[in-house]
Design a protein around this ligand. Structure first.
Ligand code: AMP
Length: 227
């Protein structure tokens, strides 16, 4: 009888231990790994850059924008920059291996950060897979993808308005803007499915004022953190 009771108690303990480990692994990953690694997703003009600036300030994150890195290379007229300009000016995508290499360098250079906001990356499923591989090798993971949802008309309006002040060559012409949105629909939109499969996808209404959109993003993060 005593032996049976001991056996029952130790079995219950073992099962509770396994349940606890499973819960930590599956549901409470952020309690073990508190880094906040966000993919801020959406078509050109969705507000990724604007919202990234606000998020990095509030959550002390490192902003990694492949578009910004490429534009810096264009400014410096490096060979990479000259090659990228040709592609960017048409509204097409820079080759996967180029942008993956850029992100790999940034991940290596930023070891002690609270987390990353990936803005404009990944733009293809291959980029998403490679990003996961790079993060896994460092013992970290994407926390979630937040996707800004914005109407087509509003995207074009925002990009043309930005073109008036930013002098970005790819914001100056409606045909190039339309091509960037088409490229997004043809190659990039599908990246959302990659994160949906991992249960990491959150859609966020990207219409309205900058501050109200920011509040929605913060609420999404808060909901994740209290889970
Ligand atoms: P963005 O500033 O994110 O709108 O990017 C501007 C342009 O840079 C895009 O239209 C692409 O030509 C190029 N680009 C930026 N990020 C990527 C990426 N992850 N993959 C391929 N091309 C990119």
């Amino acid at each position: 009888m005593i032996i049976e009771t001991r056996w029952i108690i130790s079995t219950i303990r073992m099962l509770l231990g396994r349940y606890y480990n499973w819960k930590l692994l599956i549901h409470d990953n952020h309690k073990i790994n508190p880094m906040l690694n966000i993919v801020l997703f959406g078509p050109p003009g969705a507000g990724k850059g604007t919202q990234s600036e606000k998020l990095i300030e509030k959550y002390s994150l490192k902003h990694l924008s492949t578009g910004d890195i490429l534009r810096a290379a264009i400014q410096k007229q490096t060979p990479l920059g000259l090659e990228a300009k040709r592609i960017i000016d048409k509204g097409e995508l820079v080759p996967d291996e180029t942008v993956i290499g850029l992100i790999a360098k940034e991940l290596d250079a930023n070891k002690n950060v609270k987390g990353f906001i990936f803005d404009g990356f990944p733009r293809t499923t291959l980029q998403a897979q490679k990003l996961d591989e790079m993060l896994t090798s460092k013992g970290i993971a994407i926390t979630m993808m937040m996707a800004l949802v914005v109407d087509h008309q509003e995207l074009v309006k925002r990009l043309l308005n930005r073109g008036l002040i930013s002098a970005r060559s790819d914001d100056q012409n409606v045909d190039i803007i339309e091509n960037r949105i088409k490229v997004y629909n043809d190659y990039t939109k599908v990246v959302a499915d990659y994160y949906k499969e991992q249960n990491k996808y959150k859609a966020v209404d990207g219409m309205g004022e900058i501050d109200e959109i920011f509040e929605r993003l913060c609420t999404t993060i808060k909901e994740y953190q209290k889970d």
